[in-house]
Write a protein that binds this ligand. Structure first.
Ligand code: ATP
Ligand code: MG
Length: 441
């Protein structure tokens, strides 16, 4: 992409309303624009990151055996009356009346709708296990939308729903998602720690929140330091092997980890002082087993091997892709701007032309751009006629993993410069060597 043809509306001033660094950086780098409180337009750079995050989530959900669907944002109130949640959900739900005076709503979550889909088609235990997910916009009229996309009113969610014949199989379904989440966050270059969460009236140990440690997090967290180094399961986990899944989950739920809501001071005191990590965290995922709560209320049953009808056991599994964009920045930035992990970076590389309009420099840049693009890299080429200082600052701000800097002085010696955004390390290379090094990856 040629920057001169792109839409990258950077802000010079730091917007006053932005209280935390990720929000400031997202506004300054032109990733999002606020349209109303907690409601954002995604500009090209932000949208690219959001799509990469979605891609990783989709990949790992599919690997774990979940099947993608797409449910609408607007739902009928009738389904919610059936489950009994229409009246109890409260002011967070955006209620809408259509022209026929029918009660509708903008979905804050989809348990009712997916249960309705399930009961319309699935009749037998032979069709289980089943896990359906979608990645769709939600609306929750949060009392205090803040921190940009981290606590929006309209936000993107991946929500998956599992269906099983009994509690034992529901645990396997839960473990599948648990393991898939460990891989999902690892691939995004962040460390998200599973912490026990409130299971409400159902009880048991099958609810976890996944939190990224960051000073600006809204939750207080207490966890054992071991979590920082636990091995993340590799891509060849067998999601049909219940024992293997349970072993991974046991490893990852063994040491103490809880948010302030679930914190148990006496258990905490049994963790050695040196192993205690008390910090703040951002909730980026939440998995939950709720048994037959919705299937009982909405009459979703399957015939079991015994021939009798059984209410289906369910769980739900959320991740916030739009919140993750901010959370990753909270976890990865410096005083000059964002430092994207490679897997979610909006472009792989920034190419800086230090003297646009100079025939030799332009030709060298175009040659590099074409070679790297052909090698499959997504390159943002700053071909504008801005001065060098501004170009450097912008590239650092938007945080692409690598920068290639090309100017007449270096070219006179046959060299260009490669800068690593994260380490700041600089290397002088011939054009050919740079292309081989980057394009050969
Ligand atoms: P929170 O406690 O932060 O309000 P929640 O517990 O209400 O979140 P869930 O219902 O568990 O959220 O939703 C699943 C995921 O959706 C969360 O883990 C989070 O990543 C994301 N999410 C929830 N609310 C928001 C929001 N207002 N803005 C952005 N993402 C959100
Ligand atoms: Mg939650």
């Amino acid at each position: 992409m040629y920057l001169s043809k792109y839409f990258l509306p950077n802000l010079k001033e730091t917007p006053k309303e932005a209280e935390i660094v990720s929000h400031r950086l997202m506004l300054r780098s032109g990733m999002v624009r606020q349209q109303s409180a907690g409601i954002y337009s995604w500009l090209p750079l932000g949208l690219k990151v959001l799509r990469k995050i979605e891609g990783i989530i989709r990949d790992e959900q599919n690997r774990a055996g979940a099947v993608e669907i797409l449910m609408p944002t607007i739902q009928s109130a009738d389904l919610w009356r059936e489950s009994g949640r229409y009246d109890v959900y409260g002011k967070e739900m955006l209620r809408i009346t259509d022209r026929h005076k029918r009660d509708m709503l903008f979905g804050p979550t989809n348990e009712e709708m997916v249960t309705d889909i399930f009961r319309s088609y699935v009749r037998s235990y032979k069709d289980l296990p089943l896990n359906l997910y979608h990645i769709q916009w939600k609306f929750r009229d949060e009392v205090r939308p803040r921190f940009g996309v981290m606590r929006g009113r309209e936000f993107l969610m991946k929500d998956a729903y599992s269906f099983d014949l009994d509690a034992e199989q529901a645990r396997v379904a839960y473990n599948r998602m648990f393991v898939s989440y460990l891989r999902t966050f690892e691939r995004m270059g962040v460390k998200a720690i599973p912490m026990r969460a409130d299971t409400g009236p159902i009880g048991g140990d099958m609810s976890h929140e996944f939190l990224i440690l960051a000073d600006t997090g809204e939750s207080g967290v207490f966890c054992h330091r071991d979590y920082l180094n636990l091995p993340v399961p590799s891509g060849d986990v067998d999601f049909d092997n219940a024992d293997q899944l349970q072993e991974i989950v046991s490893t990852w739920t063994g040491p103490y980890a809880a948010t302030d809501e679930m914190h148990d001071e006496s258990e905490w005191q049994s963790v050695a002082k040196d192993d205690q990590l008390a910090a703040r965290g951002i909730e980026v995922g939440h998995i939950f087993h709720f048994g037959t709560k919705y299937s009982d209320a909405m009459n979703a049953k399957v015939a079991g091997p015994d021939g009798a009808e059984h209410p289906v056991h369910m769980g739900s599994y959320g991740i916030g892709p739009s919140r993750l964009v901010g959370a990753i920045i909270e976890a990865s930035h410096d005083e000059n701007g964002i430092i994207w992990p490679e897997s979610v970076a909006p472009f792989d590389l920034g190419l800086i032309n230090l003297k646009s309009g100079d025939a030799d420099t332009d030709a060298a840049c175009e040659n590099i751009y074409t070679s790297l693009t052909n090698a499959g890299l997504d390159v943002l080429y700053d071909d504008t006629d801005q001065r060098a200082g501004g170009k450097f600052a912008r590239m650092d701000l938007i945080g692409l993993p690598n920068q290639l800097i090309v100017g007449p002085r270096g070219l006179a010696n046959g060299e260009i410069e490669l800068k690593n955004r994260k380490t700041g390390a600089r290397q002088s290379l011939t054009i050919e060597a740079a292309i081989n090094q980057l394009g050969g990856k």
